[in-house]
Design a protein around this ligand. Structure first.
Ligand SMILES: [Fe+2]
Length: 188
């Protein structure tokens, strides 16, 4: 079953590497640049940490058979950014959604499949048109900022997938980075 909100657990940063990553993100966010350059610079900071075995604890990598799982790794005290790990077991997926803030994703393990959409007028309402399919393998990063960030993420592979996400929002307070779920007709 796919629901808007992933199963969420909160885990403190318990590795030296994660604490170092959080400090690097803080330094970047505190420059006070606009959302897009902030996201690009955070992505550069995240990249060298991906795939490193000392980044996360085993508990922070655990999935949930019922839904994709979100581990909140860090929520900055002033609400300016959050770091989460998302774990997709094979076959799990998000709904079609967009985000409350700028977002950086980095695949730590496995492979994520992403389908991007554009919202187009359709009579009194709207429909979704798929604009592209992207496969994000381990060791890759992506950065984006709303609007125009409607997508669906899935694990179509046979192994668990885990990615790190950094959001310019307080996910511990909001519970999720999802701004809106699009339950609309789509061409695919
Ligand atoms: Fe997303």
């Amino acid at each position: 079953m796919t629901t808007a909100n992933p199963a969420t657990v909160t885990a403190p940063p318990t590795t030296a590497r994660l604490r170092s990553l959080v400090a690097e993100i803080r330094e970047t966010v505190n420059r006070g640049l606009p959302p897009e350059p902030t996201a690009y610079m955070v992505a550069e900071r995240l990249l060298p940490h991906l795939g490193r075995t000392d980044l996360l604890t085993d508990a922070q990598c655990e999935g949930d058979p019922g839904n994709y799982r979100q581990h909140v790794l860090h929520a900055e005290r002033d609400g300016s950014f959050s770091v989460v790990a998302l774990v997709w077991l094979p076959g799990q997926r998000t709904p079609v959604h967009d985000h409350v803030s700028w977002c950086v994703t980095g695949v730590h393990r496995g492979e994520e499949h992403e389908r991007r959409y554009r919202l187009v007028p359709h009579g009194p309402t709207a429909r979704l048109v798929a604009t592209g399919d992207v496969v994000n393998p381990a060791g890759t990063v992506a950065a984006f900022a709303p609007p125009g960030d409607i997508h669906l993420v899935s694990n179509s592979g046979t192994e668990p997938a885990l990615s790190l996400h950094v959001y310019g929002a307080d996910i511990a307070r909001l519970g999720t980075s999802i701004r809106r779920v699009y339950d609309l007709p789509a061409d695919r």
